[in-house]
Design a protein around this ligand. Structure first.
Ligand code: KIV
Length: 294
């Protein structure tokens, strides 16, 4: 059966903007490698984010702070090869846009040259000029405010933001500043549902929530959390759709037992000589050895 036309049509920035006008939700997941990106793309997810969360879930760092631009590009290239339909977004990691607009521009351009279709960066009003500069250089930008992981040291931990009147008001202003600077979408992370709903109602660009409740225009999750593959218990806002770590552990344990007891590999998992070749070989080797000895 032919795939439905909408299942194969490419998701672009205008398509994402249009979703908001139509009141249609936007789906987004992270991916960091070829097989995962393939799976996500084939599942019809709208946007794939090569998130700097890869620092924690793939590279084993304590936070996203150590992740470098070169590491992001390495993973971006693998994801690019597998992504055909989804809009491909890459995170600018900590330190790739904090030393000035020229540095940010160079980083953004490298990302697009490697196949990203957009970059994401953290911060609100204080990043507005930078976002404008990237957008002016034809680099679509997704903003990210709220519990922004690159600010973990400023926040004193991974704490929900926007719980006080003042910080809620700051986040509202941040959201507006990101939209006014030309971003095409905005991630709202770790903020109260009520504030996310208010921001979503005010903006013309879609809001993509993670730990921000159901009223956002779309949702994003870290794929390892959704699949039950993360190395720590998932936060409250994650719904674990699978427990793949348990499945993988069981498979590895069975393999270990089978090898240890000689049950793997079996004859069916072995290659064979064609019939008669063993006898031929024995004869040939015997003659050859006799010649060598003479
Ligand atoms: O790095 C990441 O995966 C992210 C999402 C969680 C929004 O920024």
């Amino acid at each position: 059966m032919d795939p439905k036309p909408e299942a194969v049509s490419k998701i672009t920035v205008p398509v994402i903007l249009d979703r908001k006008l139509r009141g249609e939700k936007v789906t987004c997941l992270t991916a960091y490698d070829y097989p995962t990106a393939r799976l996500v793309d084939e599942s019809g997810i709208d946007m794939i984010l090569v998130g700097d969360s890869l620092g924690q879930v793939v590279l084993g760092y304590d936070s996203t702070i150590p992740v470098t631009l070169d590491e992001m590009l390495h993973h971006l290239r693998a994801v690019r090869r597998a992504t055909h339909r989804a809009l491909l977004i890459v995170d600018l990691p900590y330190g790739a846009y904090h030393q000035g607009e020229e540095e940010a521009l160079r980083a953004g351009i490298r990302c697009l040259k490697e196949g990203a279709e957009s970059v994401k960066l953290e911060g609100g009003s204080k990043r507005a000029a930078l976002i404008r500069r990237l957008v002016d250089a034809e680099i679509p930008v997704m903003g990210h405010i709220g519990l922004t992981p690159q600010s973990v040291h400023n926040f004193g931990g991974y704490r929900v933001q926007g719980r006080t009147l003042e910080s809620a008001n700051d986040l509202l202003a941040d959201a507006q500043a990101v939209e006014d600077a030309g971003a095409f979408a905005l991630v709202l992370e770790g903020i109260p549902r009520e504030l996310a709903a208010l921001i979503t109602g005010r903006l013309r660009i879609p809001t993509i929530g993670i730990g921000a409740g159901p009223d956002c225009d779309g949702q994003v999750l870290v794929i390892h959390d959704l699949l039950g593959l993360a190395n720590q218990p998932p936060p409250k806002f994650v719904r674990p759709y699978a427990e793949l770590a348990a499945v993988a552990r069981g498979a590895v344990a069975r393999y270990r037992d089978d090898v240890a007891t000689g049950r793997f590999p079996g004859d069916a998992e072995s290659y064979h000589w064609s019939p008669g070749l063993r006898e031929q070989f024995v004869k040939w080797a015997t003659i050859r050895n006799l010649k060598d000895e003479a």
